[in-house]
Design a protein around this ligand. Structure first.
Ligand SMILES: C[S@@+](CC[C@H](N)C(=O)[O-])C[C@H]1O[C@@H](n2cnc3c(N)ncnc32)[C@H](O)[C@@H]1O
Length: 192
């Protein structure tokens, strides 16, 4: 399924980063849900796809993950690197251009993609790639998308139909919603 989305260009994200625009802020409620859905073992490897200024990457590190943040916006990565942490690295990468260099296939325990999917050219294809190539057996993806009405003209959102399509094909899917409205998907690959 192809989504029709008006994606902000990387230059737009650069400008928004320069203005220190904040999107949906991380809340305690979101983190409490995350901890419940995503049990962590120290040293688990996580990728934060579309990490922006690294707020969620740093949180993943605090939870015990070894983290790589990916983003194609240079200013966002400069902002992210202003708070260096020993277990967090950032790579410039355009998620519309395939897999990041050096990605260990089936070597990632968690992939977070928070408020990024509606910006991608083909979100469903990107998620299939994460499921079938990036994640380890039993690995999990955390996807957060703004929910929009089927008939809304707003760019940057995801309709219920699109969310259903994004959730299909996984061994386990849990959805819960947060204020925004945001849909959070906890998706798991098969264990073997
Ligand atoms: C709304 S921000 C979310 C940032 C972060 N995930 C968070 O939750 O705070 C979206 C981010 O996705 C990045 N992005 C959008 N399209 C991308 C692409 N094709 N490849 C890599 N990053 C992308 C933007 O540069 C921006 O930093």
């Amino acid at each position: 399924m192809t989504m029709t989305i008006t994606s902000p260009a990387s230059t737009t994200w650069n400008a928004w980063t320069a203005e220190s625009r904040s999107y949906h802020m991380l809340t305690v409620v979101e983190l409490e849900h995350f901890v419940r859905q995503f049990p962590v073992r120290r040293g688990h490897v996580a990728v934060d796809a579309g990490c922006g200024s690294g707020v969620f990457s740093r949180q993943l590190f605090r939870f015990g993950y070894d983290v790589t943040g990916l983003d194609y916006s240079a200013p966002a990565l400069i902002a992210a690197r202003r708070t260096p942490l020993p277990g967090v690295r950032y790579l410039r990468h355009d998620l519309n251009r395939g897999d990041p260099p050096g990605l260990p296939s089936h070597g990632i325990d968690r992939v977070a993609c928070r408020l990024v999917l509606p910006c991608l050219r083909d979100p469903a294809a990107s998620m299939r790639r994460v499921r079938d190539l990036w994640l380890s057996p039993g690995g999990q993806m955390y996807a957060v998308v703004p929910v929009v009405d089927e008939h809304a003209e707003q760019p940057g959102g995801t309709t219920e139909r699109e969310i259903d399509a994004l959730s299909s094909g996984w061994a386990q899917t849990v959805r819960y919603d947060l204020r925004g409205p945001l849909a959070c998907l906890a998706l798991r690959t098969t264990a073997t």
